[in-house]
Design a protein around this ligand. Structure first.
Ligand code: SF4
Length: 452
């Protein structure tokens, strides 16, 4: 059973008399478990819907739904599938107090993997889930593989029951399901020979594995430092060599690199990032893979639309990860607009200085950094640092922050979005004018530090 949260006026749901609190029981006699059932089973042009109104009255509706006409029904949020693993590097376990409540939930949910690109381990799938993935063609899924050797993977996940991942992915691949995969690299566990083995095994699954990213493990001040450490510069370089070797092979045999190092792997290894063309469609950019090049590409594409900002002084807030890379990006924007862009690198006061991604910056740290900056005309804040409700990781609302600092602020993914929307009048736009369009994704499988 799923429950209605809201119904849009002038929609099929509104015409039927569905109201918030209505329980949606079944479609064509098939019980509804969650939003996936709802979306897939109501996609037909005609179906029977059994529902129970808040009054207790049960009704069966015979619905005709002309193609493309929305049902107009928003469902209550699904109950998230909890994770049964206990990775030493788990981001959630390393959370300090005082964060938004959902950030304490260790999700491992194939439905969110399909819908939002959250990485899942697939260790908690029941036979029913597997059939459902195939039936609804939930593809591509984003899968945390980490290692393909079953013993090493079970050790990393701290889960002796974790199924053997290669046969599992192979079973899905035979049924038309594809994957983007990631390997969170833990020194002396799944790097070196183990990494080579993992890449080879994933490559051996053929085109069903669309990509693999290699991401260095990252820890917060609150992580289990006695059990896991970060990679050294040399270890990052060794991993990049393995990634390059596999990518070169894939490029020759399949025409695309297939295997990517996260931006942070290059940063920590002191190696230059590949050019933007290397990343194709930037499919793992939200995992910190090609995020910098993606940003530069977006700016280049918007050059003609950027306004004249001559005489303006614009602050750009970022985390320490992007600090060294941002000047290259800002130079392009400054050259085009004539504005003076000034980097405001903010240290993460919540997770500790080792967490350097802009996406995890708490509102309080940004407030502290901007409190006396009356010299700026306006400031761009990383939009990925807030969720859909415009709330920072430490529960501070974006409008609250905007009210506490002396200059106008704008949420921005790539500069071009905020600057072109507001133009030179951007100082008057205010934070409410910008609504981020992606969900805040919790990097449960280690703290991504290179994604801006
Ligand atoms: S890192 Fe991911 S898979 Fe591991 S315990 Fe945390 S939520 Fe679960």
């Amino acid at each position: 059973m799923i429950r209605v949260q809201a119904v849009a006026p002038d929609s099929i749901g509104g015409e039927l008399g569905l109201v918030p609190g209505t329980e949606l029981l079944a479609v064509n006699g098939r019980p509804l478990e969650d939003f996936l059932d709802w979306e897939f089973l109501t996609a037909d042009e005609r179906f029977l819907l059994a529902a129970r109104l808040p009054t207790g009255e049960e009704i069966e509706y015979d619905i005709e739904r002309p193609e493309g006409l929305p049902m107009g029904v928003t469902l209550e949020p699904p109950r998230i599938r909890r994770c049964g693993n206990h990775c030493d590097f788990c981001f959630v376990d390393g959370n300090p107090e005082g964060l938004r409540t959902p950030l304490y939930i260790r999700d491992d949910d194939y439905r969110l993997s399909f819908r939002y690109g959250n990485f899942a381990t697939l260790t908690n799938l029941k036979p029913w889930d597997m059939e459902r993935i195939v039936e609804y063609r939930l593809s591509p899924l984003y899968v945390s593989v980490h290692a393909t050797d079953p013993t090493v993977r079970r050790w990393l996940l701290r889960n002796p029951e974790a199924p053997d991942i290669i046969p599992q992915l192979g079973w899905f691949a035979e049924r038309g399901i594809a994957f983007h995969t990631q390997v969170v690299l833990v020194p002396e566990v799944n790097d070196g020979v183990e990494l080579e083995r993992t890449l080879a095994a994933l490559y051996g699954l053929g085109p069903a594995v669309l990509s693999v990213s290699v991401v260095p493990v990252a820890l917060t001040e609150f992580s289990k430092h006695g059990l896991v450490r970060e990679l050294t510069r040399e270890e990052c370089r060794a991993a990049l060599t393995a990634v390059d070797r596999m990518a070169t092979r894939a490029l020759t045999e399949r025409g695309a690199p297939w295997c990517f190092g996260a931006d942070d792997l290059y940063l920590q290894g002191g190696e230059p990032l590949p050019g933007p063309e290397w990343y194709g469609d930037f499919e793992q950019r939200e995992n910190g893979v090609g995020a910098v090049r993606f940003l530069q590409t977006r700016i280049a594409a918007a050059v003609d639309r950027l306004p004249d900002l001559a005489g303006k002084r614009i602050g750009v807030v970022t985390g320490r990860a992007m600090g060294p890379l941002m000047p290259q990006v800002l130079a392009d924007v400054a050259a085009t607009t004539g504005g003076r862009f000034e980097l405001v690198v903010v240290e993460n006061t919540l997770f500790g200085p080792s967490v350097t991604t802009a996406g995890l910056l708490p509102g309080a740290a940004i407030e502290r950094a901007l409190t006396d900056r009356r010299d700026l005309d306006f400031v761009l804040l990383p939009a990925e640092a807030v969720n859909d409700d415009l709330v920072f990781v430490d529960d501070m609302r974006a409008d609250e922050l905007a009210g506490r600092i002396p200059i106008p602020v704008h949420l921005s993914y790539d500069f071009a979005d905020a600057l072109t929307e507001c133009g030179v009048r951007s100082a008057e736009c205010g934070i409410e004018g910008h609504t981020p369009h992606s969900t805040f994704r919790t990097p449960h499988h280690g703290v991504g530090k290179g994604d801006g």
